[in-house]
Design a protein around this ligand. Sequence first.
Ligand code: NDP
Ligand code: GDR
Length: 344
Amino acid sequence: MKTAVVTGISGQDGAYLAELLLGKGYKVIGTFRRTSSVNFWRIEELGIQNHPNLQLVEYDLTDLSSSIRLLQTSGATEVYNLAAQSFVGVSFEQPLTTAEITGVGCVNLLEAIRIVNPKIRFYQASTSEMFGKVQAIPQIESTPFYPRSPYGVAKLYAHWMTINYRESYGLFACSGILFNHESPLRGREFVTRKITDSVAKIKLGKLDVLELGNLDAKRDWGFAKEYVEGMWRMLQADEPDTFVLATNRTETVRDFVTMAFKAVGIQINWSGKDETEQGTCAQTGKVLVRVNPKFYRPAEVELLIGNPAKAQEVLGWAPKTTLEELCRMMVDADLRRNEVGFSF
Ligand code: NDP
Ligand code: GDR
């Protein structure tokens, strides 16, 4: 039986990846942080929390000794580093914590691999945020980086350290440059889930208005469950490498709002501009969406669109779910949850 370590099992991708690996017969060591109230709602929702081959281990990515012990005791042959301070907005408020977790944390694992067992295969969760102020459209593996947030800068450091350890020490270290991927398990601080959860609440009469920041930002949104399959494929390849996973389609935040309301039968009419922009219900004339500048970021990533051709050719990976299907899946899940008072 193969053993894999998945850091960040309490997050969206960690939960889906654990589900995938357990389904493939792996023993999965999933790491979580000690907090006063640990929350495993995602693995509970997937129904894998009591799987006999899943072991949950307390671990902090910023602690090198903890990383070494994790690899010494687990006997893992694959390590997926998904743990991070992953919210871009918060990284402007907590740049140093973000650097320690999201940047240096990756090197703790790379060092632990070098010390404990250099044959361990390693996946680093890199991001399209590294492209930031984009230098080419669409973005591919060789597009120059220009990060626009402390999170993007920290991830870029981890990305290059992963490549550096591959080239310096021959580690099988892969970097997946993943574009935004969403699901019903997405955290509610991220824009798609904030939208689908709010639309469900508005539909059910539990919320009046959805407040958002920059409606013009364009993102390449895919389905998280398909992206974790790409991570696994990277570690099964003949050679370690860097791959973009994306859909090659981009839409604005505004488009996603319109799509989410459409999924509950509400048509939105847009009026105004920038801070005065609002979305009203075509049927009732009621304001349902408003811009609140408190959600603006000090520096914004305006446009992301990735071409996953290399992943398609080398790994046989391609996205399948359309944005409309993904949006509907998320709205339906949030309607179900809000009907019974689900709060995560
Ligand atoms: P989440 O924010 O949902 O999950 C992040 C996980 O990291 C959580 O389990 C969190 O634990 C854990 N974590 C945070 N800090 C530490 C720490 N110091 N030590 C150990 N664990 C820690 O992110 P996603 O699942 O969405 O993303 C997974 C990875 O992929 C992240 O690295 C993210 O930056 C990256 N990424 C995500 C993309 C996306 O669109 N989802 C796109 C590209 C990259 P806790 O529950 O305790 O907070
Ligand atoms: P992002 O995702 O920053 O791309 O990072 P997020 O969903 O937070 O923002 C996407 C875009 O929407 C705009 N926006 C808002 N965002 C949030 N969160 N809340 C709002 O109210 C709001 N209004 C408008 C943002 O300004 C932005 O332009 C995600 C994370 O998962 C990262 O970890 C990952 O690396 C990248 O995706 C790829």
